[in-house]
Design a binder for this molecule. Structure first.
Ligand SMILES: [Zn+2]
Length: 244
């Protein structure tokens, strides 16, 4: 299984990076996880759009969906060119009317995800956990080939995430804020909290994403390492890792 990190920022893209997103690849299947600003451009360096198989969205904040409209136009063009017959599936939760916009004519099709059931998307099995965020948002447990990836999506500290992330091979955690912002900025984790989640869930390695555009991001790694003894790394475009 391969993870290609396409973007690292929360909120808005930077000159050198889209917003937080990654591409999962296994057995020739390509699953795009979140599709914020800059992602559609970046992903094309790694997979031809005709070979992209599905997209999944954690929630409907702009930094996770900004490029969905353009993705739909891309699928329209792919269809007109005869490169794609079936509607392109876009997975998201139904707790918001934005779900209805995931279906665009015959080109893309919205498909529901929920905490109530696990689903298979290609070779991946996924289950979900509600996070603590100003809008309804789902963390994802993604399993394939006996390995587990846990993606927190956007969240404030939530105890339930510890059991949900238990023993994951890879924890991809948001780390939107610095320790000194704790309690001031709501709805997000500090680097230290990401480390605390990694430690308490006993995951094998930690990647920090959804990073702030300001400050020294390495401090987020230091915060995490102060509480978690495993490997910690900031994501960047394009970091590729293999989990075998
Ligand atoms: Zn976000």
């Amino acid at each position: 299984m391969k993870i290609t990190f396409l973007g690292k920022y929360g909120g808005y893209p930077g000159k050198e990076s889209p917003t937080s997103s990654f591409l999962l690849e296994f057995e020739g299947f390509h699953l795009l996880v979140d599709c914020g600003s800059g992602v559609l451009s970046k992903v094309q360096s790694y997979v031809d759009l005709k070979d992209l198989d599905a997209c999944i969205l954690s929630h409907y904040h702009h930094d996770h969906i900004a490029d969905v409209g353009c993705l739909q136009y891309a699928m329209l063009v792919e269809n007109k060119l005869g490169k794609r017959i079936e509607p392109f599936p876009i997975y998201g939760h139904k707790r918001d009317s934005k779900f209805d916009e995931l279906t665009h004519d015959v080109y893309t099709e919205g498909r529901e995800i929920s905490v109530d059931r696990s689903i298979a998307i290609g070779p991946f099995n996924l289950s979900f956990c509600e996070t603590m965020h100003p809008v309804y948002c789902l963390a994802m447990k993604i399993q394939a080939n006996g390995k587990t990836i846990l993606y927190t999506a956007d969240t404030e500290w939530k105890e339930e995430l510890i059991s949900f992330a238990r023993n994951a091979d890879v924890l991809i955690s948001e780390a939107s804020i610095y320790k000194e912002q704790f309690g001031v900025v709501k709805g997000h984790l500090t680097g230290e909290e990401a480390g605390k989640l990694a430690k308490q869930a006993e995951v094998k390695q930690l990647f920090l994403t959804h990073l702030p555009q300001y400050g020294d991001q390495e401090k987020l790694v230091e915060e995490a390492k102060n509480v978690y003894g495993g490997p910690v790394q900031l994501v960047y475009p394009v970091l590729e890792i293999f989990i075998n």
